[in-house]
Design a protein around this ligand. Structure first.
Ligand code: NAD
Length: 390
């Protein structure tokens, strides 16, 4: 099936991600079946979409007719079989629990038309396992949006072991057709079902590095964030952890510890804060204080002169070469594209580090690895040989 023949899509789960995905699809001219387990959750999702459109209309960035058309394209469901019965495509955005997702895929497979493509918005879990739960693994893939969906342009289109090239291409074309409030969506192909895919995987060594520096008492988070903000970043790495939620970070680290290396095991300080219920922004306290949800105070005068942001970039480049070596993507430029469009940076790590010389980047990674005793940071063969095109 060609992307322009896809007319109806089911979104499974109307939470933070699901309502945003439904919103972008309705805006893109698709008929949307929005499913959740209770009527109240479907309604909440629809209300969030309405409020978001109304904000755009009030700013005159969207016509009222366009809003009414898009809202009219969304129908709510609380029976999964009914929601997927006559759709061409499904995107599952239910909680990040593999058994739950497998159950949803089994049921959707039993009720959706044979031609329908079934996708998961999972942040990390195995697309291959979800595909294997169906009788159509060739039509199962990952479609990974970023939060908030209406503002982040990146969408990763992920190949499970059984996914066909036709499914990848149709899905990629469909994503290219969609727009959010910032512009056209930017799909990036992920050729292998691998932990963290591309964007989150490039964030993995940063999370590990920052967690270890804090654990060892080698940094003051406020001083690091002040330094990172002094060079133009909107948020420092520790504030980002608090903003995302320390519980989310902890689960992410635990997952990487299980799938990549035990060196990712969550550090003691993070476990302690999570145990105490200090999760960051959402609980009002984490690494920093978030009074009534307001951003923490970071004193620019405290900027740590010894914290070198280049270290983070070098670690990201090294992680990127692991993805290139494994064939998760075939181009460093695609990795940069993912990093730029999934977050707030203007340039990707490869573009930023190129001028340093790959040999220097490799030396820096080796030095960090030895200083902290973390093997994961050792440079790859590809980086050492400088065998990178950008
Ligand atoms: P959420 O908790 O906000 O929403 C999940 C929704 O699923 C809720 O409305 C819940 O009622 C519903 N639900 C519960 N059980 C269900 C079931 N059996 N069938 C269908 N729906 C069910 O979670 P979220 O942040 O929207 O995350 C959804 C998915 O998107 C997860 O896989 C998550 O990893 C992924 N994701 C999240 C983010 C993020 O930043 N929040 C970013 C990218 C991907």
């Amino acid at each position: 099936m060609k992307a322009d023949e896809l007319k109806t899509i089911a979104i499974i789960g109307a939470g933070d991600m699901g309502h945003g995905i439904a919103e972008i699809c309705a805006l893109g001219g698709l008929r949307v079946h929005l499913y959740d387990i209770q009527e109240a959750f479907v309604e909440r999702g629809k209300q969030r979409i309405k409020a978001s459109f109304e904000k755009m209309v009030s700013k005159q960035k969207m016509a009222a007719e366009e809003m009414n058309r898009a809202l009219g394209a969304i129908t709510g469901f609380t029976v999964l079989g009914d929601a997927v019965k006559d759709v061409d495509f499904m995107i599952e955005a239910a909680p990040e629990i593999l058994d739950l997702k497998i159950k949803i895929f089994k049921e959707a497979d039993a009720h959706a038309p044979a031609h329908a493509i079934l996708a998961s918005n999972t942040s990390n879990m195995s697309i291959t396992r979800m595909g294997a739960a169906t009788n159509r693994p060739d039509k199962v893939l990952g479609i990974h949006f970023f939060n908030p969906v209406m503002m982040m342009l990146l969408v990763e289109v992920i190949h499970g072991e059984g996914t066909s090239e036709e499914t990848m291409q149709t899905s990629y074309e469909l994503m290219s057709r969609l727009k959010n409030f910032r512009g056209n969506m930017v799909p990036v192909r992920v050729e292998k079902d691998t932990p963290g895919f591309i964007y989150n995987r490039l964030g993995a060594p940063i999370g590990l590095y920052m967690a270890e520096l804090y654990e060892k008492g080698m940094v003051d988070p406020e001083a690091v964030d002040a330094k990172v903000r002094s060079i133009g970043a909107p948020m420092g790495p520790y504030e980002i952890m608090d903003f995302t939620g320390l519980d989310v970070n902890l689960h992410g680290n635990a997952y990487f510890a299980e799938t990549l290396s035990p060196e990712f095991e969550p550090r003691g300080w993070m476990k302690r804060l999570v145990d105490e219920g200090n999760l960051g922004k959402k609980s009002g306290k984490g690494i920093f204080d978030w009074p009534d949800g307001a951003r923490p105070t970071i004193d620019p005068a405290k900027a740590d002169p010894n914290f070198d942001v280049t270290d983070i970039i070098c670690l990201q480049v090294n992680e990127g070469t692991k993805l290139l070596e494994a064939g998760v993507t075939h181009s460093a430029a695609e990795i940069d594209k993912a990093v730029v469009n999934g977050g707030g940076s203007v340039f990707g790590p490869f573009a930023l580090a190129k001028g340093m010389g790959w040999d220097k980047v490799a030396e820096r990674c080796e030095a960090i690895s030895k200083r902290l005793g973390i093997q994961w940071f050792m440079p790859t063969e590809m980086l050492k040989k400088g065998n990178i095109e950008i």
